[in-house]
Write a new protein. Structure first.
Length: 573
């Protein structure tokens, strides 16, 4: 055993896991090829993949033993690790998965199916009145989704960016309120950014609505799932013993929702609560916990929801060549995407740039230096519009002046995205360029105008993991400024003492995972072409075709107007 554990594993965690498996589930017949099986399963889990197809091993994955998959399948079967309900691994055809995660998926799907009961229909006369007045601008798929509100307790609404998901949600909520004006309705999303975006879009969509329905729609609260569940150090305070008394809840950005959160929510909702699940199945999976939304979209699972599942396919948001690239990537794959990108030299809203991995590419440096300078100026302009007494408080809401609105609008104009935090073009390298090599240990020295990101949920100060703010003031007056929704569901600007924030990071750049739920006019995507980097390169990172596709898809669909994709030069290969 000692010799076995001296062998190379993908991580120390994988090594410890194999040792634990051998101790608690002694294999009937042991073969060291089981090292590969553990490494492959853990590699998949790190990307959010619950099920691994043994025929489709991630490209260039460093297997320790030859004969994949036939030899490894034989070894796995002979080990006994797939036999019985207590075995650690599930084998279904060519698919393998950890039994614990598989069981969580099965349990979650069962919880949803149990809730999938019909509800009472509206009267025919009222239905015709609503359809004629409110649904005439919707396409057939959107009308189908809206009509489901009248009959289905569980509704699955899927679609890519620009397919009118939020417009459909608005009409679904309107339909529900006309059915029963006293309904207690909620909106939720995995991140504060996504919850705010959902609320903002609904607010914009009801401008021409008449009272009192306008007021009712305007007052629907939108919070993160963790806020709804009152997440704390010991788990969710909302649960089966302390239910959320809601009649209807809309959960947006379902592709980002992990298993523990959706299970927690299902446990905390009354049996009669109507649930509308909304998301884009082509986006990234939640890291380490499996993507329930993507599994619900699979053919085998979706057969259980044929009557209450709608996929929106018509795009209303024309992003020019960005949309063309997105569709090519989704329909034809990664290679077709890169080929099309290379042909778009004179495109109006996309561009590819080649650079060396040895330094941060010039377009990123120039963009960031200009961005930082403008941010500093805009932040300084806000100082005079914050009352002197506000600086004496550890946390206070301040007036949203024109200058503050302009500042946060500018922050939202740019996203610089990296596949990972570390490496030559990682988030850390970009922040070192602007904040110095010791920036992580010298957070107290970050200057005014530095954008920051909350890295934990802190409901006591109104912040959620992923919320972006900015440093304002200096010395004793150094504070953090955030835009967020108050408990009364008003958009407020909150001035917070740095001591109140548990953990945060700089936000000049972020990983693609962190950018989910966000959009920006301009997106710069740094993409080291690692699939062609030599095996000797210690910085290489291998992605499966599906993961690479989801990663690129999520990144480019953040761009509203301009997209720059930066890849490394041929000499780096």
């Amino acid at each position: 055993m000692r010799e076995l554990l001296k062998r190379k594993f993908s991580t120390d965690l994988n090594k410890s896991l194999l040792a634990t498996l051998i101790r608690h589930f002694p294999p009937i017949k042991f073969n060291e090829a089981l090292i590969d099986v553990v490494n492959v399963l853990m590699d998949g889990l790190s990307r959010g993949d619950v099920y691994i197809d043994m025929k489709e091993i991630p490209r260039d994955f460093e297997l320790k033993y030859k004969g994949w998959p036939s030899h490894h399948m034989k070894v796995l079967l002979e080990s006994g690790w797939t036999k019985g309900d207590q075995s650690p691994i599930v084998l279904n055809g060519d698919l393998i998965s950890w039994r614990r995660t598989h069981n969580e998926i099965v349990e979650t799907i069962h919880k949803i199916l149990v809730r999938n009961q019909p509800i009472n229909h509206l009267s025919k006369e009222l239905t015709i009145q609503i359809d004629a007045k409110n649904l005439e601008h919707l396409n057939i798929q959107q009308k189908e989704a809206v009509n489901l509100v009248k009959s289905e307790r569980i509704i699955l609404l899927s679609g890519g960016p620009g397919t009118g998901k939020t417009s459909t949600i608005l009409q679904m909520l309107l339909q529900a309120l006309i059915r029963n004006p006293t309904l207690d309705i909620a909106m939720a999303a995995p991140t504060g950014k996504a919850a705010k975006k959902l609320k903002d879009t609904i607010q914009a969509g009801i401008k021409n609505f008449e009272d009192p329905v306008k007021d009712k729609l305007s007052n629907i609260p939108s919070k993160t799932l963790h806020k709804w569940l009152e997440a704390g150090p010991n788990g969710f305070r909302r649960n089966s013993r302390r239910l959320l008394k809601l009649d209807l809840i809309v959960i947006d950005e379902m592709s980002m929702v992990d298993l523990s959160t959706i299970n927690g929510l299902l446990d905390a909702l009354t049996k009669s609560c109507q649930i509308i699940l909304v998301g884009d199945p082509d986006q990234l999976l939640p890291i380490g916990s499996g993507g329930i939304w993507q599994i619900l979209q699979e053919k085998e699972t979706k057969t259980n929801y044929q009557t209450n599942s709608v996929k929106l396919t018509k795009s209303y948001r024309n992003k020019g060549d960005i949309a063309l690239l997105r569709n090519t990537l989704k329909d034809e794959g990664v290679d077709a995407f890169w080929h099309l990108l290379s042909m778009k030299e004179d495109s109006s809203n996309i561009r590819q740039y080649y650079s060396s991995l040895n330094s941060i590419p010039d377009p990123v440096v120039k963009t960031l230096l200009s961005y930082r300078k403008k941010l500093k100026k805009l932040t300084e302009n806000c100082i005079n519009h914050i009352p002197n007494e506000a600086w004496q408080s550890s946390m206070i809401d301040v007036e949203q002046s024109v200058e503050i609105i302009k500042l946060f609008k500018f922050i939202d104009n740019l996203l610089i995205l990296c596949p990972q935090r570390y490496g030559p073009w990682g988030v850390k390298k970009i922040h070192e360029l602007l904040l110095g090599k010791r920036f992580e240990k010298e957070v107290h020295m970050w200057k005014e105008g530095t954008p920051i990101m909350a890295k934990s949920n802190q409901p006591e100060i109104g912040l959620a993991n992923g919320d972006v703010g900015i440093i304002i003031g200096n010395g004793e007056n150094r504070r953090f400024l955030f835009n967020l929704f108050s408990e009364e569901q008003r958009l407020v600007t909150r001035l917070i003492n740095p001591s109140r924030l548990t953990i945060y990071d700089a936000a000049y750049a972020m990983t693609i995972h962190k950018a989910q739920g966000s959009e920006a006019d301009q997106v710069l995507l740094l993409w080291p072409n690692t699939s062609k980097v030599s095996k000797e390169n210690s910085l290489k990172k291998h992605y499966s075709d599906d993961y690479e596709k989801r990663l690129i898809y999520t990144a480019i669909t953040r761009a509203k107007k301009q997209l720059l994709v930066i890849t490394n030069k041929e000499e780096d290969y």
